[in-house]
Design a protein around this ligand. Structure first.
Ligand code: CUA
Length: 312
């Protein structure tokens, strides 16, 4: 586990300052309004206490036109100011840059991991990664969705001051342009079940040249990372986010059963069924309906079962 809220103070996207300005304006106007109501209320409660004021002194009080106009106009003006700053920063966030001048990344949010899939590079290779790598000073458009049998998640990058829901069967979008090199946290901001709090990722903002070299290369890992040879099964295990719920190298129960030594307990057919139709035979102590059924070709299931049972 990494430290949480990495880079929170960085204001690392072009519109972060606007969002922050709208936030602090809201905050201070709220403080002023709160004080302007509560402080006089306490003062008058003390001043016009029943022991000090006789009924005949107050029975003829009707209203005060000047005061009433003032307390209507001042909050209205404040509301307009808040609306202006809120609306303009929202417009910056919601107006997508042209796709031709942006990098498009497809995001999949799934119980309980994030997956980023890039558009094909010049040689047709498609980068897929858990963590997102983007060049500095470049428009990035995220097209986000979740599988139909999943739940709502939310892609939240505190350092960029941006957040948008990720909805099963729908594509939602958000964009950013980061002007500060660094690594920033991505968190799920929509309660989505047992491991919601572990559903996070990172965005690495790197120099353009480094990004381009990585993007046009066909490495299966992030920039600067060493590629480790992976079996087909291990690739499927990582791609499908299996490790989000199953520990493969310990007895720890994350959500589903640990897979260490599973080959000694069950045959390949049982494990295949457990992937394609998890509710068919749910082990004692676990519940049906938690693991979604996975659909994949026979060869893939076989490779995955091999990896789970033999580690290869
Ligand atoms: Cu996904 Cu919370």
């Amino acid at each position: 586990m990494s430290n949480s809220l990495q880079g929170f103070d960085a204001r690392a996207a072009t519109f972060a300052a606007d969002v922050e300005q709208a936030f602090w304006l809201n905050f201070w106007i709220s403080i002023i309004l709160f004080a302007s109501v509560v402080v006089p209320m306490l003062y008058f409660a003390w001043k016009y206490n029943a022991n000090k004021v006789k009924n005949e002194d107050v029975e003829n009080i009707t209203h005060n036109t000047a005061l009433e106009i003032a307390w209507t106009l001042i909050p209205t003006a404040m509301l307009m100011v808040l609306f202006y700053y809120g609306y303009t920063s929202m417009q910056a966030l919601r107006t997508m840059p042209a796709e031709s001048e942006s990098i498009i990344v497809h995001v999949q949010g799934k119980k309980w991991s994030w997956k980023h899939t890039y558009e094909p590079n010049q040689s047709g290779f498609v980068h897929k990664s858990k963590e997102l790598y983007v060049p500095k000073d470049t428009n990035i458009i995220l097209k986000m969705t979740a599988p139909l049998n999943d739940v709502i998640h939310s892609y939240f990058v505190p350092a960029f001051r941006m957040k948008e829901d990720v909805v099963p069967g729908r594509v939602t979008k958000q964009w950013f342009n980061s002007n500060v090199l660094g690594t920033y946290d991505v968190e799920c901001a929509e309660y989505c079940g047992t491991r919601h709090s572990d559903m996070y990722s990172k965005i690495h903002v790197i120099p353009k040249a480094e990004y381009n070299a990585w993007f046009e290369g066909n490495s299966k890992v992030g920039p600067g990372e060493k590629e480790v040879a992976k079996s087909k099964g291990q690739e499927l295990y990582d791609d499908n986010g299996c490790s989000g719920c199953h520990s493969i190298d310990s007895d720890a129960i994350l959500v589903g059963p640990a897979l260490k030594g599973i080959g000694a307990k069950h045959d390949a057919q049982y494990l295949k069924d457990a992937i394609l139709n998890p509710d068919k035979d749910v082990p004692e102590g676990f519940y049906p309906g938690v693991m979604p059924p996975f659909a994949m070709p026979d060869a893939d299931v076989a490779a995955l079962v091999d990896y789970i049972t033999t580690g290869k």
